[in-house]
Design a protein around this ligand. Structure first.
Ligand SMILES: C[S@@+](CC[C@H](N)C(=O)[O-])C[C@H]1O[C@@H](n2cnc3c(N)ncnc32)[C@H](O)[C@@H]1O
Length: 338
């Protein structure tokens, strides 16, 4: 038996739960924040649960935290004392380790302390225990979720929580002159899929305007062919490594094996996207990478995703499908050309 808190992007928790139900027989759920956060009771032990999830990571499960302890909220200083004692009692887990404290809450939680105050108190306790409180690259995370009348606490490595950000909410710094917020999607994909765009040489960006993705790839030193009937941001025109084809993607053609990276963020009907990508796929080298967003247009996202993956599987091997924190009504696919 083990207990977990699962988190998905807003309104997508039902799909995360559906995927978990298919993965692990006998799981049961209680909603903690509508459409987003849920408590999962699992008949498997912690390690077995993690193994099952790693083998086939649910697309819509953004974050997972184990529940090692539950504290009844009193609404006064006693809550902080109980949290502190709990950390002290687990001294062996934290001694000489880099430890991050992640705190989240439901809006109606009876836990009255701010995340900053709670973290300050627990960081002081960690220092007493010869642990190093950190924000980035922790060895261990203390994940705290304050629900309405209970606090759920779990300790674990970042890899056990699917993310090293609180609740999997990846935050990137907005830059001066950034062309579009869409850039964050491609940045997050790089982290999530363990890629390094600088290792590629020649990219094709299908549906590139206004140019957030193209700008990131240009900054990483790639040659980029950007295709879009809409305008690219004028700041990109300064790059001699940019080729801009102001056209519909269905009107262009390239020599076989021209590109080693294909990215596509067309926010269009999934099946039309598949057709365009498959038409342009010969331009990608064998073993080349594709990063593609799939718009979830109607009520059955899991079915849409299955159909898209099946359609693309004639030419591509799926590496991972994931709804990223920066994906709205869509998910992102990471594929390798066969
Ligand atoms: C969500 S935006 C892309 C944002 C971009 N990734 C960024 O970072 O700025 C979708 C783009 O796809 C383009 N698009 C839609 N259908 C297309 C097609 N058939 N051929 C080329 N571009 C297309 C649209 O014009 C639109 O600019």
């Amino acid at each position: 038996m083990s207990q977990w808190i699962g988190t998905a992007n807003q309104t997508y928790a039902p799909y995360a739960m559906e995927e978990l139900r298919r993965l692990i027989e006998g799981v049961a759920f209680t909603q903690l924040a509508a459409g987003e956060v849920f408590l999962m009771s699992c008949p498997l032990e912690r390690e077995e649960t993690l193994q099952a999830i790693r083998q086939q990571e649910p697309i819509f499960l953004r974050h997972l935290q184990p529940v090692d302890r539950t504290i009844e909220i009193t609404g006064n200083a006693n809550d902080l004392e109980q949290l502190s004692d709990m950390v002290r009692n687990a001294v062996m887990t934290f001694e000489n380790k880099r430890v991050a404290v992640h705190i989240r809450r439901t809006p109606k939680s009876g836990f009255v302390y701010s995340a900053a105050d709670t973290k300050a108190v627990l960081d002081a306790v960690l220092e007493e225990l010869d642990a190093e409180p950190v924000v980035q690259q922790p060895d261990v995370i203390i994940a705290i979720y304050a629900a309405v009348d209970q606090i759920y606490v779990g300790f674990g490595a970042p890899s056990e929580m699917l993310s090293d950000w609180p609740g999997g909410a990846v935050r990137f710094q907005r830059e001066e002159g950034q062309v579009s917020r869409a850039k964050f999607k491609l940045l997050e994909a790089e982290r999530e899929f363990g890629l390094n765009y600088a290792e590629y040489r020649n990219a094709i960006d299908i549906g590139a305007a206004p140019g957030g993705w193209t700008s990131l790839l240009l900054e990483r030193g790639l040659r980029v062919t950007a295709i879009d009937p809409a305008e690219l941001h004028p700041s990109l025109m300064a790059y001699p490594t940019l080729t801009y084809l102001k056209r519909n993607a269905s009107e262009v053609k390239f020599e076989a094996g021209t590109f080693d990276l294909l990215v596509c963020d067309m926010s269009w009907s999934p099946m039309m996207m598949c057709k365009l990508v498959l038409d342009l796929e010969p331009a990608l080298t064998q073993g080349g990478t594709a990063i593609i967003t799939v718009k979830l247009m109607h009520r059955k996202p899991l079915q849409t995703i299955r159909d898209v993956i099946s359609r693309l599987s004639t030419e591509f091997r799926l590496q991972k499908a994931k709804q990223l924190f920066h994906n709205r009504e869509e998910i992102t696919l990471y594929l390798i050309k066969k």
